[in-house]
Design a binder for this molecule. Structure first.
Ligand SMILES: C[S@@+](CC[C@H](N)C(=O)[O-])C[C@H]1O[C@@H](n2cnc3c(N)ncnc32)[C@H](O)[C@@H]1O
Length: 225
């Protein structure tokens, strides 16, 4: 089965979930760091990388695959745009899936307008997940190596150590079970039982220790005007 159809199947299965399944779905096992800035200005043209299956109003949505929500199907290693076009570029949970992260980062820097902002988010301690491949993980220092001559204007952890423990723990228990139905049961049961622990990350994310086993880290970068 090709990558497109595997991802398409995953997307359509999500769309087709009945109301009961949606009502029973446990809350996410993580909270977002409220101190991560989100208010850097949008411009006339903004670029969202990897938004297959979702609407991203205000952005040109580019993904490898021509799925619902995608405006342009292309490889981020070779962006089909002139340089200096986009005021804001979002690249959230994509760099671990590309073959050459340095090359993608160079492309993102190229298409960013002078004075524009680039937002990079990547997993550090997180289970294997293929979209359509999963090549690597990043520390904040590793992510900064991709910044080139852009200025780092904000950095930190989006999701913290408790998120790591919960997603890895649930995945571990699922891994022990041979049957799909049992794994589904664990997803619901442990999801509901454990999700209140996610709030432990709110104080933890304020400490420098959050990054030792943090879940996802972020950088906001700015191109000189
Ligand atoms: C984990 S998902 C991103 C999720 C998205 N940021 C969100 O929050 O919903 C990764 C996405 O990156 C896309 N992708 C992977 N490699 C890519 C590449 N080389 N160029 C463009 N998109 C890519 C995948 O098709 C997938 O839709």
């Amino acid at each position: 089965m090709g990558h497109t159809s595997a991802l398409e199947q995953r997307y359509r299965a999500r769309q087709a979930r009945g109301w009961l399944r949606r009502a029973l779905e446990p809350p996410a096992p993580f909270v977002m760091n409220p101190r991560e800035p989100t208010d850097f200005p949008l411009g006339r043209w903004n670029l969202y990388i990897g938004g297959a299956g979702r609407a991203v109003p205000g952005y040109v949505n580019l993904d490898l695959f021509p799925m619902p929500g995608v405006d342009i199907a292309a490889d981020a290693e070779q962006l089909p745009f002139a340089g200096g076009v986009f005021q804001r570029v979002e690249c959230d949970a994509v760099l671990e899936h590309v073959r050459d992260a340095a090359r993608v980062a160079a492309e993102l820097r190229r298409v960013l307008a002078p004075g524009g902002y680039l937002h990079l988010v990547t997993p550090f301690c997180h289970p294997f997940h293929e979209y359509p491949k999963d090549y690597r993980r990043f520390t904040l220092d590793g992510l900064k190596q991709l910044a080139g001559d852009l200025e780092v204007v904000a950095e930190g952890w989006r999701t913290g150590p408790t998120a790591t423990l919960l997603v890895v723990g649930i995945e571990y228990v699922k891994g022990l079970l041979p049957w799909r139905w049992w794994r589904g049961g664990v997803h619901f049961a442990l999801g509901w039982l454990l999700f209140p622990l996610r709030y432990l990350d709110l104080p933890l994310l304020k400490t420098p220790r959050a990054g030792r086993i943090g879940n996802h880290c972020y950088l906001w970068l700015r191109k000189a005007a």
